[in-house]
Write a protein that binds this ligand. Structure first.
Ligand code: MN
Length: 751
């Protein structure tokens, strides 16, 4: 509530009355009561606060509101401008403002407050661009940016009261962040003023230099601007063109840039003077252009048609440079009134057009739509950064956060500390153990918000990323780096986990690993289908996430179905041919074909039988070096057993089959791999299967199958299917496996 004892008409109230007059002048139907109570509220809350200038603080929000009124923004924006420092500098809250002035106003004020709290410490160009983007992304409503720009403009106008350090800091921010944003929003007038104000503090000598030179040269051209102005006006009147003509000297910063950046002298700058001819419609623009070129000599290559091809920020005009009789070159800009509004006020011009629509409540959605349309209309014009960046910023799928040093990182929306860590360096991500956001410890899943300050806690003893991180993170960069890590650092683990994932996926779709690894030929065919040469490569790929287990299993099932179909067709054809006895054996995908021969030349010599079909029994899985014996099966060739296999025990042979047992011997010098099974008994513990996998890998043994199952008594059985060349290699493997901690028995199956 406002204190009643306030002096009848203090400075602040006096200024407020002026403001109200302006509002009523522009819009007689305005709800000034609401604006007045916003003023009283702010005045009350800022109370005795003073600005550095010694003025009451309330003068500042009043001045900002005045600029907002100049831009002819809507009433909510005016109210929000009056309240814009209340949340930041007084005990006022969003909720209170929402209750008194509506949610829209409260959101605007809160938006401005967020931008006010943003810190700009970085100086690199790339960082500056990210800062600008973050700035725009943080403001969900364009009006928030406009109020913040007006706030900055007034602060720049009164910067002389600040310390040297503050002056430089604010001026730099203005030049690097605020002016480019004003430019992007097409607000030329505001941009020029910001640039000139900033330059005066950033390079006072250069600024005065240009100012002085400008004064010198323009004093030589005394009367040039008004003369030329009326000259043009008269000629156009003769042609019957309705127009308004303005003339001016260009703003200092644009001349400064040409002199310093392009190293030109003032005499080499063709557009020191600029005249504007504003007309009713587009045909008149071209008409005026013709007249101007008729009156003065055009400078070659200086004509630009921004009506046909608007600038990315929506700017439209015809530009030409001509030389007058005095030999002074000058620029003429020709545009319609509407183009003029857009050129001066950019996005803000929107509210000007809206004025005619009495009481039309344009929600923020419609406003968005307008901005979107503005951008779309520019799309053909220039596929340039403006369209891209503003589009991304306003309808954002990016989030911008700070490093503790004040650098800005751009990440995909909803990015997490994991994404942030990997965006800094893969080493940071890989050694991350925790994260802080705005000083608070957070979980790795926490989505980051615009303007957050993110800090990653790392440790040299970190175990590296977890596989879950790939599901949590949002950026491809992080995902790729994590995948890379798993690929490199955890090959053995990848193989073990990949195998487990693959097997469980197979089970899920009704297949078993054994069915796939049943014979080498089939396995090779299947691996080819998923583009791997080796089963371990497939496992590793699944393990590090290069291929999903579902995809691999799915492809393999397809391939097996296809092979099964082929075989059935072949069997049918043979049956039709009449020659089929059912005795022929093919590598079969459709049935468990562990008994099928691995290769036609099996490395076994069967006495008395040349070139017969040979297979190795599943019960004892013999390898070269094992004493072996053969059994002639009915239709499946000769089955090879180890001599110590229970099934080959002479005491257990059936008498009627005695004649089918034949002696066999290993051939010399085969380099084939033989599949065999080994069973490990061990004390159950974490990492047992992994240790087994690692031991096998160290021995370079090909593992076809590994399955571990816990026993109820605290022990575990690990079943292995290996491919080895001979008994010697196998013995070496068994020996190594026996040395694994906790393992107390390693034995061959069937032995
Ligand atoms: Mn302020």
């Amino acid at each position: 509530m406002m204190p009643k004892e306030v002096a009848a008409m203090d400075l602040a109230h006096e200024r407020y009355e002026g403001l109200e007059q302006k509002i009523l002048a522009a819009n007689p139907g305005a709800d000034v009561q609401r604006i007045r109570s916003a003023f009283e509220y702010a005045n009350d809350h800022h109370g005795p606060q003073l600005r550095k200038s010694g003025e009451p603080y309330i003068i500042h929000p009043l001045a900002v509101a005045e600029i907002i009124i100049e831009l002819e923004l809507d009433q909510d924006a005016i109210v929000a401008a009056l309240l814009h420092d209340c949340i930041e500098d007084t005990d006022s809250t969003h909720d209170e403002i929402a209750r008194l002035f509506g949610a829209q106003v409260a959101d605007l004020v809160e938006g401005v407050t967020k931008l006010t709290r943003m810190q700009y410490t970085s100086r690199e160009d790339e960082q500056m661009e990210n800062l600008r983007k973050m700035f725009m992304a943080m403001a969900k409503d364009v009006r928030v940016i406009l109020i913040k720009l007006c706030d900055r403009l007034h602060n720049m106008r009164t910067l002389q009261y600040q310390s040297d350090v503050k002056q430089k800091e604010k001026a730099l921010e203005t030049m690097e962040v605020y002016a480019p944003i004003a430019h992007r929003l097409g607000m030329q007038k505001l941009k020029w003023e910001l640039e000139d104000l900033a330059l005066a503090y950033l390079d006072p000598v250069g600024f005065q230099d240009v100012e002085q030179e400008l004064e010198n040269i323009t004093s030589l051209h005394a009367g040039f601007v008004p003369n030329m102005q009326s000259h043009i006006r008269e000629r156009l009147a003769e042609e019957g063109v309705q127009c308004t003509v303005y003339g001016r000297v260009k703003h200092i910063y644009s001349i400064y840039r040409k002199m310093y950046a392009q190293n030109k002298t003032l005499n080499e700058i063709f557009d020191l003077y600029a005249f504007r001819v504003i007309v009713e419609d587009i045909p008149a623009c071209y008409n005026v252009l013709g007249c101007v070129h008729d009156m003065f000599k055009p400078v070659l290559g200086r004509f630009k048609d921004y009506i046909g091809t608007p600038k990315p920020n929506g700017y439209q005009s015809l530009h030409t440079t001509v030389v007058g009789r005095e030999g002074i070159p000058f620029e003429v800009q020709i545009r319609t009134w509407q183009m003029h509004q857009t050129a001066e006020y950019g996005v803000a011009a929107h509210w000007k057009y809206k004025q005619g629509l009495a009481n039309s409540k344009l929600g923020s959605e419609r406003e968005f739509e307008w901005v979107r349309k503005l951008l779309e209309s520019q799309q053909d014009a220039d596929p340039d950064e403006f369209v891209r960046t503003l589009r991304v910023d306003m309808f954002s799928d990016e989030v911008f956060v700070f490093t503790p040093n004040g650098d800005v990182k751009s990440l995909p929306a909803k990015a997490t500390p994991i994404d942030f860590a990997y965006s800094i360096h893969s080493a940071v991500g890989n050694s991350m153990t925790g994260a802080r956001v705005n000083g608070r410890i957070v979980t790795f899943e926490t989505p980051l918000k615009n303007g957050d300050i993110v800090e990653i806690i790392t440790s040299r003893s970190a175990k590296g990323p977890s596989r879950d991180w790939m599901k949590i993170c949002k950026s491809n960069e992080a995902r790729n780096k994590i995948r890379q890590w798993f690929k490199k650092e955890r090959r053995e683990e990848n193989i073990a986990t990949g195998r487990a994932m693959f097997e469980s996926e197979l089970k899920h779709i009704g297949l078993s690993l054994a069915a796939i690894t049943a014979n080498q030929e089939l396995l090779d065919t299947l691996l080819k289908r998923v583009r791997f040469n080796h089963l371990d490569e497939l496992y590793a790929a699944i393990g590090y996430g290069g291929m999903s287990a579902q995809k691999a299993a799915g492809r393999i099932k397809e391939e097996m179905t296809r092979l099964g179909r082929l075989e059935r067709q072949r069997a049918e054809q043979e049956a039709l041919a009449g020659g089929a006895t059912g005795d022929t054996v093919y590598p079969s995908a459709a049935k468990d074909s562990i008994l099928a021969p691995r290769r036609s030349n099996s490395g076994i010599i069967v006495s008395g039988l040349d070139n017969c079909m040979v297979k190795f029994s599943k019960c004892c899985t013999p390898v070269p070096g094992d004493p072996v014996v053969g059994f002639i099966t009915k239709g499946y060739g000769v089955s090879i057993h180890r001599k110590d296999c229970p099934n080959a025990d002479p005491a257990r042979r059936k008498p009627e089959e005695e004649g089918r047992w034949v002696s066999v011997a290993w051939a010399q010098g085969t380099d084939a791999a033989y599949r065999t099974s080994v069973e490990i008994s061990a004390k159950d513990r974490d990492g047992l299967a992994l240790d087994v996998a690692m031991a096998l890998s160290a021995q370079k043994v090909k593992v076809n199958n590994l399955s571990a199952r816990s026993q109820p008594d605290g022990y575990a059985i690990v079943g292995l299917e290996l491919s080895v060349r001979d008994q010697k290699e196998l013995n070496g493997v068994v020996n190594k496996l026996s040395q694994i901690p906790g393992v107390f028995l390693v034995r061959r199956a069937g032995g």
